[in-house]
Ligand binder design. Sequence first.
Ligand code: ZN
Length: 557
Amino acid sequence: MIAKLISNTQLTSRTKSEGSRIARKHLGSFAKESAKTKHTVRIYDTTLRDGNQAVGVNFSVEDKVKIARRLSDFGVDYIEAGWPNPANSSESEVFTRLRKERLQSKIAAFGMTRKADLSCQKDENLNALRTSNADCIAIVGKAWLLHVERVLETTAGQNLKMISDSIAYLKDYGYHVIFDAEHFFDGFKDNPEFAIKTVSAAAQAGAEEIVLCDTRGKSMPNEVYKITAFVKKKINKPLGIHAHNDRGLATANSLFAVMGGAEHVQGTINGIGERCGNADLVEVISNLGLNLEVETELDLSKLTRLSDYVYEIANLNRNHYQPFVGKYAFSHKGGIHGHAVSKFPETYEHADPSLFGNTRSIVVSSQTGLANILSKAKEFGLHLEGNPAKAAEIIPRIKDLEASGYNLENAEATLNLVYARSLGESLEYFDLIGWKAQVSNDPNGATCESIVKVKVDGEPLIIAAEGNGPVNAFDIALKKALENQYPELASVKLVGYRVRETDAEKGTAAAVRVFIEFEANGERWSTVGVSTNILKASEEALLDGYVYFLYKKSNRR
Ligand SMILES: [Zn+2]
């Protein structure tokens, strides 16, 4: 995808020119330079290669194919799918699989320049790249003399030859070659002449794009800006940036590189990667559009779902506070905020959440005001606008619950039921008469049994079940009892169970808060229960989860 810099049509010409005049006066040369940056930006995603190097992330071949489909659908220019090498056949298999997918994005294979003592023809890693089935090759070479001498244990001259030989070799086979100048910024600060020689060698050997890497994430944005602008004057090839986040500057450094003239940005979705990760493409892409006025053909409205998807496949917890795509990125909790946002969103929002596929939410908590209550009711599909007295009744109810330890911000389903009950909606789907759980421990291990007495449609039922803990046994027995009348409950899965103390000072007599997360047919909801008895708190949260499902289901009919 080619991204073009265009003027921001969302602003009127008068406010825009006035705004930029004032902004430039205060921002100085960076703003002036960035306004001149009329070039294209290509997005190079390395979630499947650098992202896979994050501790705790291990994508299978299947995972990589699934993520690649989403990235291509989102519209990135390049997908770096891995490092084909003879030691790991699954890395090569990914490329064979992706070849069959007919993706829009170009597939890049990553690898190193030839070894110092081998010819290209004899270098197995280089030949794995040559036979990789990729559309293009990103070849990494050293741009810092320290690495050349101490790690590769070779000479500056030999290193330059390794770069040009490897690129020329791959060019002979018709590949589009991207040169990743590893540690470029550190190398430049150490010995600018040598660093420039490495990228010149790559350019002369035929590399189509030269990527300057801040491999240790040690550079400052102003350095990245100046060095990129300097290299741009020396090298007649498009430049790129590959920034790591070791000092929390990867996004800033990527943007400053673009201001300095880079036309290609590498990063990963959610910033996953080696050590502290890579530049987060979620942030970079959004800022390119919002702050540098780069209009891309990327479908930004898919960003939130893409971010969620990558967390899911990587088996990582979502970051609810993540800019642009986090669940709370556009959540307003303070009463004053909620009131202002419902009148005029710009008061507390830097951009429209729907641009990124995210949604605004007015959080209802003990700090809540009437405006938040009304807006939340609307989200739940309940109409309270014409009944402010009823809405006002909900405030003390929520404050009481929160004072006794309920945290309703994270338990929207329980909150929805509080609203529904306050409005007198009937939620009598079943009547739990009582339940018992017995835990016995013998030499063969612990066993748990539960007996549940429940009345469904006037019919009393007693059901027993075993589980791997008292809550699990109760849940299985309750579901069995209810499924006679409500077979659709079979699709409901319990996907999260967390217990927290609400008042740590009281020790074991303290109340506990149980959060339960449910899922059915791709939808998720969470509930909360509080009691000094963990089983009672769990019962409350479980019942809310099933009642909420049945309530939503009956409302849809
Ligand atoms: Zn990297």
